[in-house]
Design a binder for this molecule. Structure first.
Ligand code: FAD
Length: 423
């Protein structure tokens, strides 16, 4: 099997790179073993929420990028460079719009998403279904009705209401019950967002919901509902809002993330529709190198039939997706044994205080300035690395996980396509 580019890992980064490449007529395959971080997606992509030294919350990522580069020269954004960072952030926004992923936000100003516990967190792009606030102290409305489904435990509106009340927002909570949900209600482990949406997305239920929402939210400007609507399409929520005559927004629930799964499926479908080949449930096991190039890779399902490509992208994610593995005293990359940045002293890997900075978050595959993987300190000329598996950044402390995945995916795709850079 021969391709222009073979991508290992079909999470956010691998899929974005794949779509970018097939849209330029590349023959492209993505091999992906399992679920990705998108299954736990909050609904918002973070670009840069805090500088690495923790000194300040970032308001405008495009303004702070030069400070980040000074503080963290090994950060993936530093490898991209300040001007190119601004360019790729904009291109990421355009890319999502082009492939019909609707969002709110811009790299020029962080807005605030609202967490399932009612905290306001800075972020870059939030899917259009979700409730956001332009400032940290209060959203633009003064009254809200929060609806929950009776017996649904993955959403606790009381926490959110407490937070809104402190801001002076008049908040009502309503529990709703629909006989159509009784069948899945019998088994608590089935009473989860993904199963609920299968029922709630039905057109006849949409009409019932619209009636209930309208009747009970007379005193509220907006309606909030747990993220259990709109699995098949992002048109369901705007249509419901139209029926009621006021905005209905979603709030994230505990995982699994319905919108994350929807986003992943959308990206997969788009990739396939554009001519890409997707090998799901297969695991890349090894590769063969000649001089400084990777020539072929082998997967679990295809045994000794190699996948040959001109270029490869490793987008296998971090520890969470087993793109990186930690054993008792070292951290390694399991497919090619690439060079990995990690501390040899195990006690430095993590801080026992869960809320402190965790050093292991910065561990990852070492690359040169073009995101070419390093093996025994030498770049592999045609093996690029993108997304969470990269070294040099802390997605939690800096709030930059989604941004690194998107920007590095577009960056390596442009390098493969030989597009002139403005670094
Ligand atoms: C639980 C969790 C939640 C997060 N939520 C957010 C969020 O809400 N917003 C945000 O901005 N950032 C978030 N992040 C940061 C996140 O890392 C990025 O946003 C991004 O989704 C990572 O994408 P990725 O494609 O690099 O890796 P992943 O999403 O981890 O995907 C890697 C894929 O590679 C596959 N794979 C691994 N090894 C192999 C192999 N040998 N062969 C074949 N396939 C392989 C895996 O099965 C997986 O599908 C979150 C991270 C985690 C861990």
């Amino acid at each position: 099997m021969k391709f222009d580019t073979a991508i290992i890992g079909g999470g956010l980064s691998g899929l974005v790179a794949g779509i970018r490449l097939v849209r330029q007529n590349q023959k492209c395959v993505i091999i992906s073993s399992g679920q990705s971080a998108l299954h736990f997606f909050s609904g918002s992509f973070d670009l840069l929420n805090f500088l690495p030294d923790g000194s300040a919350a970032v308001k405008n990522p495009t303004k702070e990028i030069r400070n980040l580069i000074q503080q963290a020269p090994e950060h993936p954004y530093s490898k991209i460079g300040a001007e190119k960072f601004i360019d790729l952030a904009k291109k990421s926004e355009d890319f999502l719009t082009d492939i019909n992923i609707k969002f709110q936000g811009s790299a020029k100003i962080n807005h605030f998403r609202i967490t399932p516990l009612g905290f306001f967190k800075p972020t870059w792009l939030t899917l259009s279904d979700f409730v956001v606030s332009e400032n940290e102290n209060k959203p633009s409305w003064n009254s809200v009705s929060i609806f929950n489904i009776e017996g649904f435990l993955d959403f606790q509106p009381e926490f959110v209401a407490e937070s809104f009340n402190k801001m002076g927002i008049r908040t009502e909570i309503h529990d709703i019950n629909l006989p159509e949900l009784n069948r899945i209600r019998r088994n608590p482990s089935e009473f989860r967002s993904v199963n609920l949406t299968v029922v709630l997305d039905k057109p006849e239920i949409q009409n019932t919901l619209a009636q209930i929402f309208k009747e009970k939210s007379k005193n509220s400007e907006v309606i909030i509902f747990p993220a259990c609507l709109g699995f098949e399409s992002n048109e369901i929520l705007p249509k419901l809002s139209e029926k009621i005559g006021k905005p209905v927004y979603l709030l994230p629930t505990l995982p699994p993330s319905l919108v994350g799964i929807r986003t992943q499926k959308h990206l997969q479908d788009y990739f396939k529709k554009s001519g890409g080949e997707l090998m799901l449930g297969d695991n890349v096991m090894s590769g063969e190198f000649e001089d400084s190039r990777l020539t072929r890779i082998y997967t679990q399902n295809h045994g000794d039939i190699p996948i040959v490509a001109d270029n490869f992208i490793l987008a296998g994610g971090s520890f969470f997706s087993q793109g990186l593995i930690a054993d008792i005293d070292h951290v390694y990359e399991p497919i090619f044994n690439l060079d990995v940045e990690f501390s040899p002293e195990r006690e430095k890997w993590y801080n026992p205080n869960f809320f402190e900075t965790q050093n292991y978050q910065k561990f990852g595959v070492k690359t040169d300035g073009d995101f070419k993987a390093l093996k025994r300190n030498q770049p592999v000329e045609n093996l690029y690395v993108s997304g969470a598996i990269l070294s040099g950044f802390n997605p939690i402390k800096e709030g930059c996980g989604g941004g690194v995945s998107l920007l590095s995916a577009l960056s390596v795709s442009e390098k493969i396509l030989n597009i002139e850079e403005t670094k």
